[in-house]
Write a protein that binds this ligand. Structure first.
Ligand SMILES: Cc1cc2nc3c(=O)[nH]c(=O)nc-3n(C[C@H](O)[C@H](O)[C@H](O)COP(=O)(O)O)c2cc1C
Length: 421
């Protein structure tokens, strides 16, 4: 199902809001966008779509599974699906010299100071190894972008390898790919396996086309072809990221765009930083990764990246405890699966982890602060945590499970069920 197929589906179900009012990409779209899937048909004359994956319900619809089965589906798909190389794609309908200012790239917040591509997948390849991941991309010229490459992630590693040899890293940026592939690419999988994982969770081969610079990309609305300069760095930021606060301005690599290709009348996909779709794409991919890691040490029942934790810094993990050692092991497994996580709470399987009040109930009644809270100072977390020193901070794991030897003290009493009253 392409992006357009998915939009048609949402439209036919009455779930796609259409905004025809002429709008500027500078602050106006971000001022009015809500939480529902929306297509803006006249942003400086172009189409912009937002919020296609703005909820678990929409993600379930794109994956073709029931909402409560998402984690089961995602955690049971090894990244081994088939990739199919095809010769042509409608994204080649129009081929142009680069002029990024012709695209409806949004400026989201007043302090941003520049437009940012937010749903652009950067595909790179070096020395036979490929990577595909989303990076925020600041427009700094009609053919230049500043890319935020977080240290030790795979695009960063490939760029480092190329730059050590003084070579540019060939890349392509795809915008407007199908929602399931976009979700797969947002998941941290073993190096080079993003397309295989996309095919696995789609349940069909992923078609890719090879560009002139050798990069293989899936069908998209818009493709920018180019390279990351081996040494040039510029200021990247300010930018509001997942926390809804301004991230630091840092020196980051420069991307040169050499060619732009797109469908006729392309649909540009944008994410509102810290908005619902950003949340879903940044957070939910970690749930199956945590689930599989915790399963190695305990009977994991469910994992939720919680809304109050920006879908990124907090996880609640539900286990069926059979031994009092398991929660601590589950805490360590959770932090191993999601390195950017800051706080995790482990709860029993009578706690509804989708309900923040239920989680708080577990903390209130099953935690003894000096015994059940594990503190890990000076460890690598997320550079997006405003309380960290460029990613180095403190993690906390909370064991909010019952003491197995005294279940009677912790179990909630059930109200009587008396028939005929
Ligand atoms: C919406 C969104 C925006 C992201 N922005 C960035 C970014 O600016 N820089 C970055 O390094 N990672 C960013 N990420 C994270 C990576 O894309 C993601 O963790 C990816 O799976 C990294 O995997 P990799 O190490 O295989 O490249 C973003 C992810 C999402 C979903």
């Amino acid at each position: 199902m392409s992006l357009r197929d998915f939009l048609e589906k949402l439209k036919s179900e009455g779930k796609l809001k259409e905004i025809k009012k002429p709008l500027s990409p500078v602050l106006e779209v971000s001022a009015i966008v809500g939480n529902e899937p929306s297509i803006f048909t006249n942003v400086n004359g172009s189409k912009v779509v937002m919020n296609i994956l703005a909820s678990r319900e929409l993600l379930a619809e794109a994956l073709g599974v029931r909402q409560e089965k998402i984690i089961e589906h995602l955690s049971s798909c090894p990244p081994e699906g088939e990739i199919k190389l095809v010769r042509d794609s409608p994204m080649k309908e129009v081929i142009e010299k680069p002029d990024l200012y012709k695209l409806p790239i949004l400026t989201h917040f007043e302090g941003d100071g520049a437009p940012y591509i937010t749903a652009g997948v950067v595909v790179s390849e070096y020395d036979g190894m490929m990577n595909a991941s989303i990076h925020r991309l600041r427009v700094i010229g009609k053919d230049r972008l500043a890319a935020r490459l977080v240290e030790f992630r795979h695009t960063y590693n490939l760029h480092k390898k190329a730059s050590e040899k003084g070579e540019p890293l060939p890349i392509a940026i795809v915008i407007g790919i199908d929602p399931v592939t976009l979700f797969a690419i947002s998941t941290r999988v073993p190096e080079g396996k993003e397309y295989n994982y996309a095919a696995a969770i789609k349940g069909e081969p992923l078609e890719v086309i090879e560009l002139e610079n050798g990069i293989k990309v899936p069908h998209a609305e818009i493709v920018l072809e180019g390279y990351i300069h081996p040494t040039e760095l510029v200021d990247e930021g300010p930018f509001v990221d997942i926390s809804g606060t301004y991230d630091l301005v840092r020196k980051q690599p420069v991307i040169y765009i050499t060619k732009i290709m797109h469908k006729r009348d392309p649909i540009y996909h944008a994410l509102l930083p810290a908005g619902s779709e950003h949340n879903i794409l940044m957070g939910i991919p970690y749930e199956p990764l945590i689930f599989n890691e915790v399963k190695k040490v305990a009977d994991a029942r469910n994992v939720v990246m919680t809304p109050g934790g920006c879908y990124y810094f907090h996880a609640a993990v539900q286990i069926h405890k059979t031994n009092d050692d398991e929660p601590k092991k589950a805490i360590d497994a959770t932090f191993a699966a999601h390195k950017s996580l800051k706080h995790v709470v482990i709860v029993d399987d009578d706690i509804d982890i989708f309900n923040p009040n239920d989680i708080e109930f577990a903390i209130a009644t099953r935690v003894k602060g000096d015994e059940d809270i594990y503190i890990y100072p000076d460890v690598r977390g997320s550079t997006l945590d405003p309380r960290s020193e460029n990613g180095i901070g403190t993690k906390v794991g909370i064991d909010a499970t019952m003491d197995l030897s005294m279940r009677w003290k912790f179990e909630r009493a059930k109200r009587p069920e008396i028939r005929g009253l």
